[in-house]
Design a protein around this ligand. Structure first.
Ligand SMILES: [Zn+2]
Length: 86
């Protein structure tokens, strides 16, 4: 699992993977930086880039619909950042 900073970095690499869409053909190649990064941090060889983003959501819950920060847990009843109630 990734912490805040690691997730920010991972999500940058994820977006980068989409930007590379024309430059490279295979999905593995495009998201290699992200997959390598994830493996380095977690020791887990993930092959599905979207799964990395999904791990984060299952850990922290969906982003707040007001400020976009993730809820701290999927069970959180309000946003820790802006106080918005779920
Ligand atoms: Zn919020």
């Amino acid at each position: 699992m990734l912490d805040e900073d690691e997730y920010d970095k991972a999500s940058e690499l994820y977006k980068e993977g989409f930007r590379n869409i024309k430059a490279k053909t295979s999905r593995e190649e495009r998201f290699k930086t992200l997959l390598d990064y994830y493996e380095k941090i977690t020791g887990f060889k993930e092959t599905e880039p979207a799964a990395i983003m999904h791990h984060r959501i299952s850990q922290y819950g969906p982003p707040c619909e007001v400020c976009g920060k993730p809820y701290r847990t999927p069970q959180a009843s309000f946003c820790a950042a802006c106080g918005n109630k779920h």
